[in-house]
Design a protein around this ligand. Sequence first.
Ligand code: PLP
Length: 489
Amino acid sequence: MSHHKDIFLDHASTTPVQPDVMGVMLSYFGNHFASPGAGYELGHRSRKALEQSRERIAKLLGAMPYELVFTSSGTESNNMAVLGAAYARQSDGKHIITSSIEHACVLKACMHLEHLGFRVTYLPVNENALIDVGALEDAICDDTILISIMHANNEVGTIQPIEEIGRIARKKGITFHCDAVQSAGKIPIDVRKLHVDLLSISSHKIYGPKGAGALYIRKETKIEPILFGSGQENGLHPGTHNVPAIVGFGMACQIAGRDLENNYIHIRALRESLEQQILDRIPGTRINGYNAGRLPHISNISFEGVLADSIGANLDADNIFVSTGPAFRSYGKVLSRVIVAMHVPPEFAYGTVRFSLGWENRNRDIKITVDTLEKCISSIRAFSGSDSTDKICIFTFPDKESAVSAGRIIATQGLPFTLTGKPEDIMQVPCSHIALACLNDDQPEIVTVLKEQGIEIAGIHKIDPQCETTVKKEQDFWVKVEEIKKERE
Ligand code: PLP
């Protein structure tokens, strides 16, 4: 196992709860547990805490507290905005504009609306994942009622021209929703300057707890509820409030606003260092969205001729955690929508990894990560180059420790291999999320060596013999997985 602490470089997926945030939440699980809707003193205390959080969140966004509705997540805020605005304005028209790189919760809400008879335009993006404002203007029809464009993309971090879009939408009387789940707390947001009518944010992306989100709704914006029940949040989000999470969310917003500038400088410097070191030391790399305005914490890098799953598994073996899925699924035919939309060449696209940094990362984390990456990319490439004619096979193990130990032992034998990811998709029995790929001809020797060393093997799986390279073999392997899954459905 590694000699360093865990290195978490997946902050765009979620963040740890800040200690001060956890501190303020605690009493709302115990002493101050009452429902904020209750008429007695204990309820009033919860209500007060709720409203204080609303003020803190509003301040981060330049909004008024009464313009915020609490939700349970960014997903729910986005659903509420897209569906709620579309339902409320359907008598004005049935056309919606969004982009092809929105988060799944916006895209799937739009697709749902298509089933209900709405028309949706999905704008393409350029190589930096940016939409063309001219194309957006051209897409506007007489019956366009809603535009939903994300502030910054969650995979590459590039920032859309929201202010410009907001101006156009406002002039035309079109409701404008912006998904700011990734950008809130990372770059300044002022809802007035952006000319948005609706804006979504989420607590767990900014060191708050999971289970809380908010939707900014500009005064007089037409929106219908998508949930039904009691009257909480002006009837838009019925159900008893999750007071501890909301209190934590408020505190997280306050801290994010207070530390925004320092964090921006610190995190962007780390990212620049990461990217520069990778470019300097690892050939065949490409930073996606490099030339566009980006959020400070996201770096999306493609490594030529390598599968992202192998990179992820090799880093994971050293307790370095990055994102290679599910948005980055590199196996089977599934490639990230964003990477496809950006026209990243296929020889790079399958090796795309998202590194996303947080304020608790240090230079040392970056150095260790690049050292590990340099080693693993060259060993994966060596493995890919070694088996142009041979078949490969995948070993799975009962747990991660066995997989990592197996890798160490095989390395001492000088046999070509690489660690790879996620074979449990086809396993009947539980096994590690890290597997080991080797040449099929080496399989008997590897079995003997591992047995001698007391390493338990969970399964051995041969990969399609017609494949020419490891990359292709692994892809085909995962295509098969998808086929098997489909057959079972
Ligand atoms: N929108 C964007 C841009 C995101 O990155 C995410 C989460 O990754 C979401 C929406 C969904 O947020 P949540 O996880 O709070 O539901």
